[in-house]
Ligand binder design. Structure first.
Ligand SMILES: [Zn+2]
Length: 514
């Protein structure tokens, strides 16, 4: 017998004495992605643990100690990522976003800050397409960089049903709006309201409650930009939402107290929400981590001068009253220095600077130069201590309230800033708490069951990062800078962005409720 035959015989005999080595995860012929050596934060709020993550198709199929033999690995593992020294977490879910995915489908501002699902149709305003599902189908066909959870806007329903800006709609108009809502809730995650804006601000309690009953019948939710966010109006605004909460789950969009101060005030606000929950109302909220809001300049105009038509009349008939209202309102909101315009030709200038340059009082600039529809701006109206305390509450999540193009750093920085500033620098949230807010909490609010946690069987939306290297680089003067530090962002099992490079293909989906 030759030596080599002896060797082979010995191998065969040896192998025969042991059970044959089972391939790892034999049910999968091919392993598309193996994320190794990282520390997994599963999104539930639990501490991080060492584990590998295996992705097949668009699904997480294994979390634990992956046991591929070298040969098996060679044969079946298509791609592996070494996540040593980094966190592996579920992709973030933005509870309140803006943008038009038909115009800017890549949504890189969101992907760069670890966001894999956004929510649109906010503040009472969804695309004016009937039925809305046609628009959603178009977005899906066109492609989208992140997943999208869609809301039907109450203001849009008002417009489409012919109610527009009128007060109490006649019963047949109201019924038409309720029927349209009923149809849209089959494929959206709920209804949004924008009660500080036209046409939503014209709705009364009876209308809002009738809408809430339809939302509740579908087991969906109401996302509300409340009627008034001023500190002295906050209780009344929340009370109005809580009435709707008797019939449906309710949620406060971008919770804030405009010119309120201090953590004690935050405790009061949180106490109202806690009491409501204790008596059976399902209410939650979210905030963005900046002390300036951002919206149309119409926010400082009175309800009787918000539209161009109303304004044209008021300018002639109630000029002094309008000027006084604007002077008081802007001063109450920390003055014209705290109003940073974001629309050309004034982009980057404070209202005070424009007034100074034009040598006129700022209220005259608002009336004679800008008007209620003439600009958007950032308004430095929030107190950091108060907002930070709100953010720490376990029933308060995170939103960007931003878009790919909005002139406010929140659209490019929010989710990075939560980690950089609130977790690493200031230590007011732990990393597991922060990630839970941005993942499982958000999924729970929206009623999304297959995302928001890093677990076997869930959709593979995953972000890999070192918290120490996460940076929100967007600023008020330079708000469109992409965030740094989210090294790998995976959407539906595909690497969508890696070390700053965006994949050509778009991997998001237009989600439908279960
Ligand atoms: Zn809003």
């Amino acid at each position: 017998m030759s030596k080599s035959f002896c060797g082979l015989l010995a191998l065969v005999l040896l192998a025969g004495c042991q059970p044959p080595a089972e391939p790892f995860l034999p049910e999968h012929a091919s392993i598309e992605l193996l994320i190794e050596n990282g520390r997994v934060l599963d999104g539930t709020g639990s501490e991080a643990f060492a584990a590998d993550v295996v992705v097949v198709g668009d699904e997480i199929v294994f979390v634990g100690d992956a046991a591929f033999t070298d040969a098996d690995r060679e044969e079946r593992v298509v791609r592996s990522i070494d996540a040593a020294g980094r966190i592996v977490a579920p992709g973030f879910i933005d509870l309140h976003s803006h943008g038009d995915p038909l115009e800017t489908p890549k949504l890189e501002n969101f992907l760069a800050m670890g966001v894999t699902t956004i929510t649109l149709g906010q503040d009472g305003s969804s695309p004016d397409v009937l039925p809305l599902s046609d628009w959603m189908d178009e977005v899906a066909a066109n492609g989208i960089g992140t997943n999208l959870a869609m809301f039907i806007g109450h203001g849009t329903l008002r417009t489409q049903s012919g109610i527009g800006m009128s007060g109490s709609p006649p019963p047949e108009d109201l019924q038409r709006m309720l029927d349209m809502l009923d149809e849209a809730l089959d494929y959206t995650f709920g209804m949004s309201t924008g009660l500080e804006y036209n046409p939503g601000l014209n709705a009364d309690t009876a209308e809002l409650r009738a809408l809430a009953r339809v939302v509740g019948d579908h087991d969906r939710m109401i996302m509300s930009h409340m009627r008034n966010e001023d500190d002295d109006q906050l209780e009344a605004s929340i009370a109005e939402l809580l009435e709707q909460g008797e019939d449906a789950r309710v949620h406060i969009s971008h919770l804030k107290s405009v010119y309120g101060q201090g953590s004690a005030r935050a405790e009061q606000i949180l106490g109202i929400l806690e009491d409501a929950r204790a008596s059976g109302t399902d209410i939650s909220a979210e905030i963005y981590p900046y002390s300036a809001s951002y919206t149309g300049i119409g926010i400082v105009f009175p309800v009787w001068a918000k539209t161009q038509e109303q304004f044209d009349v008021a300018k002639v008939e109630r000029r002094d009253e309008l000027a006084e209202y604007l002077r008081n309102r802007v001063n109450q909101r920390n003055g014209p220095e705290a109003t940073l315009l974001g629309t050309d030709p004034w982009t980057g200038k404070a209202l005070a600077d424009v007034a100074h340059e034009m040598e006129m009082p700022f209220e005259d600039v608002l009336i004679d130069v800008i008007g209620p529809g003439g600009a958007s701006g950032a308004y430095f109206v929030m107190n950091d201590e108060l907002q930070t305390r709100l953010l720490q509450d376990p029933n308060v999540g995170v939103c960007s309230d931003g878009s790919p193009t909005g002139f406010h750093p929140r659209g490019h920085g929010t989710f990075a800033k939560i980690i950089e500033t609130y977790v690493v620098d200031r230590n007011v949230l732990s990393l597991p708490q922060a990630v839970a807010k941005m993942t499982s909490f958000a999924a729970g609010v929206l009623g999304i069951e297959d995302r928001g946690r890093l677990e076997e069987g869930l959709a593979a939306d995953i972000v890999i990062f070192d918290p120490q290297r996460v940076r929100a680089t967007a600023s008020y003067p330079d708000p469109l800078r992409l965030a740094d530090g989210f090294d790998v962002v995976i959407v539906n099992g595909k690497v969508a962005r890696e070390r700053g490079a965006l994949d050509e293909a778009l991997h998001g989906r237009v989600l439908r409720p279960e």
